[in-house]
Design a protein around this ligand. Structure first.
Ligand SMILES: [Ca+2]
Ligand SMILES: [Ca+2]
Length: 432
């Protein structure tokens, strides 16, 4: 039996510890403020602010406090060392919000579009702790992240590096470099993957300004590695951003999917045992959930299958990143919908584990991936859509029904560790 402690005379706080599952919960009224290693803490001063944190980065549904009853959507910001960084706008459904928080990442939630809204992408490198292979005189490494184009870092050697240590994990998918002069011949933007430095981007010249988009990574350390230079280079500024993946807020649909339902009796931890129906879940939204563990699969459509992202309003797009499960696609097109008809904005052949496509910026209300030819049913892990430089809540559409794709039939709410939305569950299930 769980042990419960009620704080009488206070604010109806109930702390509960289940000795079997060793899970701690803290509730106040109908608001769960702590569950296991996840936190959802309304500001104690009554302000409409909620601090959220998940040690393991789990998907969960949280009930908002009663004084949020007039709030239709919430804006989620990551709390970075250089300020709030907008992450997403989440629709409130029946007084709850559902989200997969990043692992060990602090967030704050505010009512959607509130006056406290902080517009603009946050340069995550600004003012961070840096070190370098070498420095000349007063041209120290910190000058490369001080936000001032008139100060610079100059190493003494030609092959050099400077490193940012965030002290915790951060997300990035774009860097902007500014060199004094134009001496750099080759360089890499690298991140520490826990074992070694890994290149996120490799480039040649930098010059006045170079914008480099690369597949998103999360790491606590990033470095600029200058591999060759005609003379000692000088870096005026190194900026690091996380552009938002527009597909996360788009409505996903497809020409077909290979879903199947099945049921099983589960032995869930604690008292939350029951029978559950899971879907062998390869619907369209699985290619737009930001998780590499899940994918969309067409059903018996080798040629002509399509996967579509629809936005609430017009969005601007200049970059798409595709990841395929396997390597079956041999011909594809990206098409935009202008309100009347589809037109092709990019044609490609194979996709494989990673295909980055940078395009001239265009506007659209829908974009689709049309698979003209594939050796087998195409399976797309991620269809990521960006406007470089856009970290804002723009034209969003949140469609919970298209995202929460496993259903819980009977029994209590599944525990967080077995949340059917969690990609790992999908991995496990798809092996059955
Ligand atoms: Ca500077
Ligand atoms: Ca996915």
């Amino acid at each position: 039996m769980p042990t419960s402690i009620r704080f009488v005379g206070g604010n109806d706080l109930i702390a509960r510890f289940d000795k079997t599952t060793r899970q701690f919960t803290l509730t106040q009224g109908n608001v769960v403020m702590a569950k296991g290693y996840d936190r959802f803490l309304p500001s104690p001063d009554g302000d409409k602010k909620i601090y959220a944190y998940s040690r393991d980065g789990r998907a969960a549904t949280w009930t908002l406090p009663v004084n949020w009853s007039d709030v239709a959507d919430v804006d989620l910001y990551e709390l970075t060392d250089s300020g709030r960084a907008f992450v997403d706008r989440i629709a409130v459904v029946n007084g709850t919000v559902t989200y997969t928080f990043g692992k060990a990442t602090p967030y704050v939630m505010l009512p959607g579009g509130s006056s406290d809204y902080m517009a603009g992408a946050v340069n995550r490198a600004l003012g961070q702790v840096v070190s370098a292979s070498s420095s000349s005189g007063t041209d120290i490494a910190a000058n490369a992240v001080d936000g001032n184009l008139n100060t610079k870092w100059t190493p003494t050697g030609q092959e050099s590096w400077f490193e940012i240590d965030f002290g915790r994990e951060t997300t990035a998918n774009r860097a902007v470099l500014s060199e004094v002069g134009n001496h750099i011949g080759s360089y890499a933007i690298e991140y520490w993957n826990g074992t070694e430095w890994q290149a996120a981007y490799s480039g040649s010249a930098v010059g006045n300004q170079a914008t480099n988009a690369f597949p998103e990574f999360r790491s606590s350390k990033v470095r600029l590695h200058i591999l060759s230079s005609s003379q000692a280079p000088s870096i005026a500024e190194f900026q690091l951003y996380a552009d938002r993946n527009l597909a996360l807020a788009a409505k996903a649909s497809a020409s077909s999917n290979d879903n199947n339902d099945f049921s099983y009796s589960s032995y869930l931890v604690g008292e939350a045992a029951g029978n559950f129906t899971y879907r062998y879940d390869v619907q369209a939204s699985r290619a737009m959930d930001g998780a590499m563990g899940s994918y969309w699969s067409a059903s018996r459509e080798s040629n002509g299958a399509w996967l579509q992202a629809e936005f609430k309003d017009i969005v601007k797009i200049d970059r798409v990143v595709l990841s395929e499960e396997g390597n079956n696609v041999s011909s594809f097109q990206l098409q935009k919908w202008d309100g009347k008809s589809w037109s092709t904005v990019h044609e490609g052949t194979t996709i494989g584990s990673l295909r980055e496509i940078d395009m001239k910026k265009f506007s659209a209300t829908k974009i689709r991936l049309l698979i003209a030819a594939s050796d087998a049913d195409p399976k797309i892990r991620e269809f990521k859509i960006y406007e470089k430089g856009n970290a804002l809540a723009g034209s969003l559409m949140w469609s919970p029904d298209s995202r929460i794709s496993a259903t819980n039939v009977g029994g209590d709410e599944p525990s967080l560790g077995l949340d059917p939305c969690e990609p790992r569950i999908h991995d496990r299930l798809s092996g059955l």
